[in-house]
Ligand binder design. Sequence first.
Ligand code: URA
Length: 209
Amino acid sequence: MEGVTVITHPLVQHKLSIMRDKNTSTAGFRQLLREIAVLLCYEVTRDLKLTTRAIETPLVEMEAPMLAGKKLVFASVLRAGNGLLEGMLELVPSARVAHIGLYRDHKTLQAVEYYFKAPDDLGDRPVIVVDPMLATANSAIAAVELLKGRGAKDVRFVCLLAAPEGVRKFRAAHPDVPLFTASIDSHLNENGYIVPGLGDAGDRLYGTK
Ligand code: URA
């Protein structure tokens, strides 16, 4: 599907399979999510613009390629987004960070904002939204709406797993936002879980179940 990149790199797929295994420990799950995040970050930043800067190597002067423009922003959808965020920051330690807190209203099933903190100048920076599970896509769509409402223009979305239903809904809502994932799984079950999936990413990451 246009605008959707599935990262099929063998290391990503291998690590993801271990994460799916219900017998993988909390520590193992956390470490693997961080490692996969580094690899996903590499892909989602592939087309960042470069400029050059004059530097001196020990031998000569040269115009060396450097990232152009302002530092990028990672926007973590709380709480599981923080698991991906850590790996992303390992690769781009100078990135700015936005945190977006959303909960699901049990009556309407819509995402409701309870926390939002981001740099003021979102419009001047690439913004990479991170949330491991794209299931119904309600929270992903709401998170991107909030960021666009605060001026973000160059937005990308990274998840670990996606359901086909979520991918279609997200792309329909935000056709300008490219989506990166390690897998598009079979379907969503009646409880909104991705199948085969890996369970509740937040619970597995923080050992809350
Ligand atoms: N959120 C999760 O953590 N897991 C799912 O399968 C769906 C949404």
